[in-house]
Design a protein around this ligand. Sequence first.
Ligand code: FAD
Length: 372
Amino acid sequence: MSTTTAAEKLLLQMVDDYTQKEIAPQDMPMDAAGDFPAGFMEKLTATGFLGLMLPQEFGGAGFGPEITATVLNHIARGNASTAVTLEGHFKTIDQLLKYGTPALQQQLLPTATDRIFAFSMTEASGGSNPMSISSTATREGNHWVLNGDKIMITNGGLAEVYCVLVKTAPTELSVFVVDQDMPGFSFGKREDFIGLRGTPVGEIVMDHIVVDDDHLLGNLGDGGLIGDSAHDDARVLMGAVLTGIMEHELKIATDYAKERKAGDQPLTALQVTQRKVADMAIRKETTKLLYQQAAHLKALGQPYSELAAMAKAHGSRAAVSAGDDALQILAGYGYSREYPVEHLIRDARALEIAEGTVEKMRSAIALAEFNH
Ligand SMILES: Cc1cc2nc3c(=O)[nH]c(=O)nc-3n(C[C@H](O)[C@H](O)[C@H](O)COP(=O)(O)OP(=O)(O)OC[C@H]3O[C@@H](n4cnc5c(N)ncnc54)[C@H](O)[C@@H]3O)c2cc1C
């Protein structure tokens, strides 16, 4: 891993202070309300979080993949929904940087410091098998006309700019970029998901949206490649978020175990408690190593897809299991909605599904191993 620079240390200090003061206190209210509180996203935006990894030429802070992931790790210690909203934004910016034309980048990226971006693939026909989508872009004169319906989109309804996976021929997938201001764009249903309840996840509807050629990412037929790339970038960050969830779970469990008595000794003296805490710590550290190594390879320009899939496949079950151990240490209180453990399990569970299910990721990891 790279050593942390002075600017990165300062950034992490600012992030930790902000998380402690502004984000963590909203963790429980957000879960109960199923939304970010009023003014929360506006304040996060005004503080500069949206431009963290955006290159300086577009007005961002230009931080690299490793520190960006670490920032999301630290934010998730206070609240995972906030970190996941930033993850959805950052992975979309990454695709514009990799595949957008210079004209599209100049038009959209300077706005990414105060407008949220999102990446939309899933449709009612299923998220795991992209060829089954029905959204289309058809050629009309010098333009493309987009029609279709995307569901379960992270930041759907909150984001203003959307990358959308469509068919440009019966077996050809491509990605276009649309703006919520375009005629024909509207929002549909917001999901009532059981976890990550601050993050809006919703539907977008494209009804005859007309775009120019420069709103195509990459080339026609690059949809599968760009979708995979978005997943890779998301999974690095999700490994970081999952590490943060486990750090939160560990803190609750260890704080409680130090206070709670079993007869005349604290829970910390019991081997059964020690075993649970040790397992939680091992799961947290293995996930951290995986996401940090994936981010490091990304920073070096080396392949990171397999490690990113491992970070999320391992980290998501690890965080659910660590939450379960924390719940058992707190016992009756762990099972109560008055304590955050039960919602941390629900938050972690989402990441066994979002950005590719763990089944799909295990297939990708196995294929990579067969090809080594
Ligand atoms: C919190 C959250 C945020 C999300 N954010 C986004 C987003 O920003 N953008 C977006 O486009 N989507 C998003 N999604 C949707 C998500 O990507 C899909 O739910 C996911 O890809 C699975 O699709 P599905 O739900 O239709 O299940 P299906 O694809 O119908 O899968 C059903 C089951 O079959 C298994 N399965 C299906 N096909 C295969 C296969 N080929 N190999 C192995 N197993 C398979 C799956 O693993 C699963 O267990 C989000 C979902 C959640 C929960």
